[in-house]
Design a binder for this molecule. Structure first.
Ligand code: GCW
Length: 663
């Protein structure tokens, strides 16, 4: 034991760590130590000044307010012996201060600075799917941080968000309980808003559209009913008395059983505009979700477009339609939602999912920036008003359940600030700050390891697609928890679009959903050139092949293999990638503190085993349709199909990542 302590101490010294903190991930990427002798910070007082006084180790800084700089933007300039940060508002100064601290932590030179930044989106917002009882829908990192908000944790949460430019947070689940608007909940929201305000973060709430009935005791929630409008007016006044800078409402209406204007014969526009009218005098906004689909629809991917396109141009100017990046539901790979290129007269924002509902929960290392960037390669950032991300945050010590899941929170914020940053730049920044590798990258051997770790992150999303659902397959997840594979899941009586066979349509001919012009015609919702590209099985990108086509098992792929053989290779490649990830991580051992090293290692082992589970379950199941052998150069399943179909994963494995996992 003593020897171990000695060795760790030595390692700490060797790698230059002098931290007094437990390495449990609780400090996120904000690992600055308090300075012993504060630098001289002058100018505008506020959070920016406090942060720099506490953590900045360089030359004197002057914080200056100046009109003419874009909202939240800033400049950082070296002037004589000092650094001048200029912004038009306090948030801008704060973002400038964090920029400077980031330079410090990533070991960059702070001489000759001449930086000018402004965010691409005004609204950079987290969506928490937190329930009043403290559970978090699709959360894998413990309970809600808002259940009993601990001021110290709230402060770290606020700083972390502000350090990447996040400036809004929706406190509660879009499946909103009516009590979110009770006076007691509003008091709580006020206290959270007060704690977040100094960091430039506004608070928003999800609302239940039937609140006038359920909270107000009215007989209807019809948006065109005068009593209903009056009720909302009074409620909104009550909110703004408590929270003068309240941001507005997020609404999931007529979706998955939630109430909405259609229950009263009205449209999404009627519902959204009524709320927008009530919020307008207070400068509040409505984020109205387009995540709608009906059980009888022959193609769920068509639905949002069909419901929202006829309403294009009918929404009030303080309504933003919040659309998931893909047309179905946060799959590891989807094409972009065609609404983004079709709607011309309606402000839109994208909703990404940071929490890994369909990407291995908090057990799999999947760096999501490449997925989000793929979206931006189709949808021009400037056609959107804002960016929202479903948070992966809970009360676990390390916030996100997996140390590397913190990178997704970080990346979301950075991309909401500037969607043109590369995944690599962001991962690099995050790694250096999170593992304090800033100055160490100058060390050649560590530099190589750092690069392979960076590379691991960049490959991780494609690996996940490969071992879960390559070549455009989608939604083949286990029924309710969405953690593992259950392509066969189809309990009698369950609505078809909640079962995998609806999506994969495996049969003796092939695999995949025919969305071509002769199928569901989903391709028609895309611009002409893409429509043509996707519609033809010979030009459709192979990574979306089974999304748009029912692909014959013997279809010739670019590699020369048949579709079936290619599928086998892809799954197997995914498995090999997860093993390589483990090897890369193992080589990092001397340079990573023991706790985080072991926690990540344990998870990478889970991921490697899970990838085998995915490969075996999917290949063995699809093989019952393809009736073709698994190619000889592919590692053969280590499980059998019966075993896979009987396997039930313990909830503790994905819901409480702290509990570890032993299959
Ligand atoms: O992805 C699905 C989830 C639901 C979620 C819904 C939505 C909040 O499985 O848990 O509900 O989407 O986005 O509304």
């Amino acid at each position: 034991m003593k020897k171990q302590i000695f060795i760790s101490a030595l390692l700490l010294l060797l790698t230059g760590w002098s931290s007094i903190y437990a390495e449990d991930g609780s400090r996120l990427w904000l690992r600055f130590d308090n300075v012993s002798k504060p630098a001289t910070i002058t100018g505008v007082k506020g959070t920016a000044m406090t942060e720099l006084q506490t953590y900045w180790q360089g030359s004197p800084v002057l914080l200056k307010r100046q009109k003419g700089i874009a909202k939240d933007g800033y400049t950082i300039k070296s002037q004589d012996a000092k650094i001048v940060i200029t912004a038009s508002n306090d948030a801008g100064l704060l973002y400038g201060a964090y920029h400077l601290l980031r330079l410090q932590e990533t070991g960059q030179s702070c001489n000759q600075l001449n930086i000018s930044e402004q965010p691409v989106y005004d609204l950079r917002i987290l969506n928490h799917w937190d329930n009043p009882n403290g559970t978090v829908e699709r959360g894998f990192a413990g309970k809600s941080i808002f259940l009993n908000p601990d001021p110290e944790r709230m402060k770290i949460y606020a700083r972390a968000n502000a350090s990447v430019g996040i400036n809004g947070t929706v406190l509660n689940n879009v499946n909103a309980k009516p009590e979110a608007l009770s006076t007691e909940s509003l008091q709580k929201a006020k206290s959270i808003a007060d704690q977040l305000r100094p960091y430039g973060i506004r608070v928003y709430l999800s609302i239940n559209f039937a609140s006038p009935i359920k909270v107000g005791g009215l007989e209807t929630a019809d948006p065109l009913n005068a009593e209903v409008v009056k009720w909302w007016k009074e409620k909104v006044n009550e909110i703004y008395k408590l929270i003068p800078d309240f941001g507005g409402f997020l609404v999931k209406a007529n979706s998955e059983g939630e109430p909405g204007p259609q229950d009263f014969g009205r449209t999404h526009a009627d519902g959204a505009n009524m709320l927008a009218g009530v919020l307008k005098p207070h400068k509040g906004i409505v984020m109205w979700r387009a995540f709608v689909y009906a059980p009888q629809s022959p193609d769920r991917a068509n639905q949002a477009y069909l419901e929202f396109m006829p309403l294009d141009g009918q929404f009030a100017d303080n309504v933003i339609i919040q659309i998931k990046n893909g047309p179905v539901d946060f799959q590891p790979r989807e094409p972009y939602s065609p609404l983004f290129t079709a709607m011309q007269k309606t402000p839109m924002m994208v909703e990404f999912q940071i929490t890994q509902e369909y990407l291995g929960a908090a057990n799999h290392l999947v760096y999501l920036a490449p997925m989000w960037q793929e979206f931006f390669s189709f949808v021009k950032p400037q056609t959107l008003k804002a960016m929202a991300g479903v948070a992966n945050i809970g009360d676990n010590v390390n916030w996100c359940g997996h140390h590397f899941a913190q990178a997704n929170w970080y990346a979301f914020g950075r991309l909401a600030w500037n969607p043109n940053l590369t995944s690599e730049e962001i991962a690099n920044e995050w790694l250096q700050q999170t593992f304090s590798l800033g100055s160490a990258v100058a060390n050649p051997s560590l530099f190589t390891l750092h690069s392979s770790l960076l590379n691991l992150m960049l490959r991780s999303r494609e690996a996940c697609v490969s071992y879960m659902m390559p070549l455009g397959i989608h939604h083949i997840f286990a029924g309710t928890h969405h953690y593992g594979p259950e392509p066969w899941y189809a309990p009698r009586g369950l609505r078809a679009d909640w079962t995998p066979p609806y999506y994969h349509k495996a049969d003796s001919i092939g695999l995949g959903f025919d969305r071509t012009l002769t199928g569901s015609a989903n391709v028609k919702q895309y611009p002409d050139d893409l429509c043509r590209l996707y519609n033809d099985i010979n030009t459709c990108p192979e990574n979306l092949l089974a999304w748009f086509h029912h692909v014959p098992w013997d279809h010739k792929m670019k590699s020369g293999r048949t579709f079936w053989d290619e599928l086998c290779h892809k799954y197997d490649e995914g498995v090999h990638e997860t093993r390589r990830f483990l090897a890369i991580w193992d080589a990092m051992q001397p340079y990573i503190d023991a706790q985080r090293f072991e926690e990540v290692q344990r998870k990478l082992r889970i991921q490697a085993r899970d990838s085998e589970w995915w490969r075996d379950a999917c290949l063995l199941y699809f093989q019952t349709f393809s009736k073709r052998p698994i190619p000889s150069d592919v590692e053969h399943p280590v499980h059998n199909l019966d075993e896979m179909m009987r396997f039930r994963i313990p909830i503790s494995m994905y819901e409480n990542p702290e509990s570890g996992y032993n299959k």
